[in-house]
Ligand binder design. Structure first.
Ligand code: SAH
Ligand code: SF4
Length: 333
């Protein structure tokens, strides 16, 4: 589809046929299984000042924390014990602290048998290489918006082309790479969302994350409206149709926006859910946006709820590691 067609499909027409088509594409390319990835939000320190995010460095209202390697390993072990085969380590964009992660990545893989995904923001090529050498399998770095003007307005201390260079570096280093956008950023247009979908198609990443913007009162975007659920689902569905074999999560943000958001996203292209294994003690402080805390709950309860929902939908938990579909092995080692 070209930009005009995408913009039209985003802004008008019955969404049901679009969602049904995305669901059929998901079934054909990714099967019926839903991959579970355990997310551990190990640090909320951030050197950046993205206008939409509660972890931005100028937000003095949050209590900053960094989990110790033993705490991170403990959370990963809990995920492995729950049968989850991927651990996602996410943090704000820290200036230091990578060193502690190297041995930890190896231990999570060797001792727990889990694949490791990282989401640590922009790093140098040498740092990405060191993380890959330490054994990391995957990396998530969203471009957030393909609209350069909007990008500059929302991410004042990031460079637009440098962010895309990071994504390219990750791919060239052999990471299974995930990227994506935010839907509903203040000032974003339907054409700019259509541009995001085209950019996703061009990049053909292994993973795509489409999240609605959720307004955070402790940021400069306080009081602005949140992203629209239907628009988010339209972007998700069109991204699935245009990039059929990517893994796509029903994100926590969609679940925060609507209590049935996970089911809705799984019915229009998503095939991944990320239960939260961040220790309860730290969760309130990983406040990228408000409302998330009440969604994620205790991991064992949330996994039970997920299984119940999947059963109702005729879906099941996918076996194996759920590597990118172009990475043929099913072993994380
Ligand atoms: N610091 C890293 C990873 C942690 S942030 C990075 O920026 O890449 C993870 C994701 O949270 C971001 O990619 C962004 O898409 C999302 N995010 C931040 N603030 C948000 C908000 N207010 N609403 C919705 N998503 C948000
Ligand atoms: Fe930091 Fe990432 Fe939030 Fe930007 S989106 S402020 S880099 S945690």
């Amino acid at each position: 589809m070209n930009k005009e067609t995408l913009a039209r499909k985003l802004s008008s027409g019955d969404c049901l046929p679009l969602f049904q088509m995305a669901d059929a594409v998901r079934l054909r390319y990714c099967g019926n299984g839903v991959h579970l990835r355990a997310i551990v939000e190990f640090s909320n320190y951030c050197s950046k000042n993205c206008l939409y995010c509660g972890l931005r460095r100028d937000n003095k209202k949050i209590k900053r924390y960094r989990m110790s390697p033993a705490e991170i390993f403990g959370a990963a072990r809990q995920a492995a014990q729950a049968g989850i085969k991927t651990v996602v380590l996410q943090s704000g964009e820290e200036k230091a602290g990578l060193g502690e992660l190297f041995p930890l990545i190896g231990r999570i893989k060797k001792e727990l048998g889990c694949a490791v995904t990282l989401s640590l923001g922009e790093k140098t090529a040498a740092e990405y290489r060191a993380l890959k050498d330490a054994g990391a399998d995957r990396y998530l770095l969203k471009f957030e918006t393909s609209d350069e003007k909007l990008f500059r307005a929302c991410k004042p201390d990031s460079d637009y082309s440098a962010r895309f260079d990071c994504i390219e570096t990750l791919v060239s280093l052999g990471f299974q790479t995930g990227t994506g956008n935010i839907v509903g950023l203040p000032g974003q247009t339907v054409r700019s969302l259509a541009g995001d979908i085209l950019r996703l198609k061009e990049l053909a990443p292994d993973m795509i994350s489409v999240t609605p913007f959720i307004s955070n009162p402790d940021t400069p975007f306080a009081g602005t409206p949140c992203g629209d659920l239907e628009m988010t689902l339209r972007v998700l569905a069109l991204s699935r149709i245009e990039t059929p074999d990517a893994h796509m999560p029903a994100t926590t943000a969609i679940r925060t926006l609507h209590k049935e958001g996970a089911g809705k996203a799984l019915a229009c292209g998503a095939n991944v859910i990320m239960p939260n294994f961040t220790p309860v003690l730290y969760r309130p402080h990983y406040s990228i946006y408000p409302g998330k805390e009440s969604i994620i709950g205790d991991p064992s309860v949330s996994i039970r709820d997920i299984l119940k929902m999947l059963e109702k939908m005729g879906r099941k938990v996918a076996p194996g590691y759920g590597h990118g579909r172009r990475h043929h092995t099913d072993s994380p080692l």
